[in-house]
Design a protein around this ligand. Structure first.
Ligand SMILES: Nc1ncnc2c1ncn2[C@@H]1O[C@H](COP(=O)(O)OP(=O)(O)OP(=O)(O)O)[C@@H](O)[C@H]1O
Ligand SMILES: [Mg+2]
Length: 342
């Protein structure tokens, strides 16, 4: 490290629709829901991350709970900047320093975003004291994080199923050969579950409850070899307005999610059909690589494998594959800078 960059600190950021993760000096120092709680009277942020998530659905009129990102992109600029600022402020090692250092940042972005949306991410970073900002497409970061050597002349298909988007990309020689991004991911799964509970059980459930159902009894297939126990769900009865409880099973949730999963499968098939034959040959051998929180859905790997006839590998700790990859770019900047958004 030379004298002049002594005051520069390096951060890798995965600014996700559902979760924001930050790596500082090789360690994950932030892993929090992308949520902000604001006092409507004063306009001040009263909580971010986990603390704000606990308030979700339970707020009173004076508090607004905001998810600054939607469908993988910044929907509320002010809230998103305040959130990043707060997360960075909370990094213990930075808290201790006497002055605010200049920050070199590598930020992960969805592969399908527009120039205007990229500009918004850069602007937000610059407002929180970033002196150098690099962007990296999310599937590229996921591939690096899964240990794939992206610089080789070899095709790999990566599918990152997050909260807002499912990003599908074929990567070779440090670049993206074909890609597709669909706005069907964890958030839509939650909407599907809430819709199903209302239509089938006359039960209105909030977003947090839908998420809990997905984690506890979510499934992509209606037959699991290792099924989870049925799950009690509480909410408000549509007709009587009274609180009530119903028990749901995983095969019901598989039914609720089917339509969205079919759309993800079609997007994968479409991307495969646009892949050059030499790269198809590589993918036939290597299979598909799944990352992102959505890949934790029970049976999803099996379902995608059956639909495509290809082996499917799920990343180890899929919620952290993208930030691992983004962090690795900072550490091996010269070798991996080809992966950056040019
Ligand atoms: N065990 C699980 N089963 C199913 N879904 C899960 C599980 N754990 C987490 N998820 C879902 O994963 C999603 C979050 O994944 P991730 O953190 O990769 O998304 P993100 O990076 O914030 O979103 P995006 O990349 O779309 O901006 C959420 O929708 C969450 O509900
Ligand atoms: Mg993501």
């Amino acid at each position: 490290m030379g004298f002049f960059n002594f005051f520069t600190k390096e951060l890798a950021i995965d600014l996700g629709t559902a979760n924001t993760l930050i790596v500082y000096e090789g360690e994950i120092v932030v892993d929090s829901p992308s949520i902000v709680a604001k006092d409507l009277k004063t306009g001040k942020i009263i909580a971010v991350g986990k603390e704000a998530a606990m308030m979700q659905g339970k707020e009173h009129k004076g508090i607004s709970i905001i998810r600054p990102l939607k469908d993988g992109v910044i929907a509320d600029f002010e809230a998103s900047e305040q959130m990043i600022q707060e997360f960075i402020r909370q990094i213990p090692a930075l808290k201790k320093s006497f002055f605010t250092p200049k920050l070199k940042m590598v930020i992960c972005i969805p592969s399908g975003i527009t120039e205007v949306e990229k500009r918004a991410v850069r602007d937000s970073a610059e407002k929180v004291n970033a002196s150098e900002v690099y962007l990296i497409p999310e599937p590229m970061a996921a591939a690096i994080g899964m240990g794939i050597d992206i610089t080789k002349p070899q095709g790999n298909m990566v599918i990152d199923i997050g909260g807002g988007t499912t990003e599908i990309a074929v990567i070779s020689l440090g670049g993206i050969h074909v890609e597709k991004s669909v706005k069907i991911a964890g958030d839509v799964f939650n909407d599907d579950i809430a819709y199903y509970m209302r239509a089938k059980h006359n039960l209105i459930v909030g977003e947090r409850t839908a998420e809990k159902i997905k984690i506890n009894v979510g499934s992509a297939v209606d037959e699991l070899s290792n099924p989870p126990e049925d799950y009690p769900v509480r909410g408000r009865d549509v007709i009587t307005g009274k609180p009530k409880e119903v028990i749901v099973s995983y095969n019901e949730i598989a039914k609720a999610l089917d339509k969205s999963l079919v759309r993800i499968e079609s997007a994968i098939m479409e991307t495969l059909s646009k892949t050059a034959p030499e790269l198809s040959a590589d993918i036939y051998k290597g299979g598909l690589f799944l990352a992102g929180g959505g890949s934790l859905l029970r049976g999803l790997d099996k379902r995608i494998s059956e639909a495509t006839g290809l082996p499917v590998h799920v990343a180890e700790d899929p919620l952290r594959a993208v930030i691992r990859g983004t962090g690795m770019v900072i550490n091996n900047f010269e070798k991996l800078k080809v992966a950056l958004d040019q």
